[in-house]
Design a binder for this molecule. Structure first.
Ligand code: PXP
Length: 256
């Protein structure tokens, strides 16, 4: 079954827009920890969140409470920094997804450069695995990045679908082809394959053409839909759209 991890950072973004730096008085809302509860009850398979260095949305308090309340699994997106490694080894999310981080960006813009930063990234993968974490690398569907990712020993890659999701016409077809070829290569190299970024209710049927997928991580579109439809309904609608995946590709290799 293709799994859904819902990224709840966007709930924290709304909270921070009103309450950043406010102490005392009103209870800061909306709370991403409550959101995670609703997401799980609606049938999602996991909670995805990103503790950024600038703490612009999720706070350490959120992550620690999520660890206590989450009944599915936590996929923590994190920069490969010593501070984040320390936090991850302490909080113990099931999966650590290494992502590049740039203070100026609105959201994670490109994939991790595993080729350029191989030594450092491979060392971080080993440190996290030694602490019992599974590791995923968020990368563009570039064969060199996929090969380097396999060499780090990481269990997963998460294919960055953002370029495809933002493209139209022939460019979108080319990007989808790259994702399909990338997933096949990763699978041949023994990597488990997730995907995420920019996936929405309109493009999901094209994303389902990518083989060997185990999980999709989706945030913005689900939280946006939740404003009008409610969070449970938004999650259930996405799960319904994802439900045909197993038939087309014969399911994925791993379970977690
Ligand atoms: N996967 C990764 C690694 C991300 O950084 C993000 C954005 O935080 C997502 C998935 C979810 O992207 P979106 O909010 O566009 O669905």
């Amino acid at each position: 079954m293709l799994k859904l991890g819902v990224n709840i950072d966007h709930v924290a973004t709304l909270r921070e827009a009103r309450y950043k730096g406010v102490t005392g008085g009103a209870v800061p809302e909306p709370d991403p920890v409550w959101a995670a509860e609703i997401v799980e009850l609606a049938g999602a398979h996991g909670i995805t969140c990103h503790l950024r260095e600038d703490r612009r949305h999720l706070q350490e308090r959120d992550l620690r409470l999520l660890r206590q309340t989450c009944r599915t699994r936590i996929d923590l997106e994190m920069a490969p920094t010593p501070q984040m490694v320390r936090i991850a080894l302490d909080v113990k999310p099931e999966v650590c997804c290494l992502v590049p981080e740039n203070r100026q960006e609105v959201t994670t813009e490109g994939g991790l450069d595993v080729v350029g930063g191989f030594k450092h990234i491979a060392a971080v993968v080993k440190q996290l695995q030694a602490g019992g974490r599974e590791v995923s690398l968020f990368i563009d569907p570039d064969p060199r990045q996929i090969q380097a990712s396999a060499k780090t020993g990481a269990e997963f890659i998460e294919l960055h679908t953002g370029t495809f999701c933002n493209a139209t016409g022939a460019a979108a077809e080319r990007e989808l082809e790259r994702l399909i070829r990338g997933a096949k290569l990763a699978h041949r190299l023994g990597l488990r394959v997730n995907a995420g970024h920019g996936i929405n209710y309109q493009n999901i049927h094209r994303i389902l053409l990518i083989p060997h997928l185990e999980e999709l991580n989706i945030g913005h579109s689900i939280i946006s839909r939740a404003i009008f439809a409610g969070l449970s309904q938004a999650v259930r609608e996405m799960l319904t759209l994802m439900a045909g995946y197993r038939d087309r590709h014969g399911g994925s290799r791993g379970q977690r």
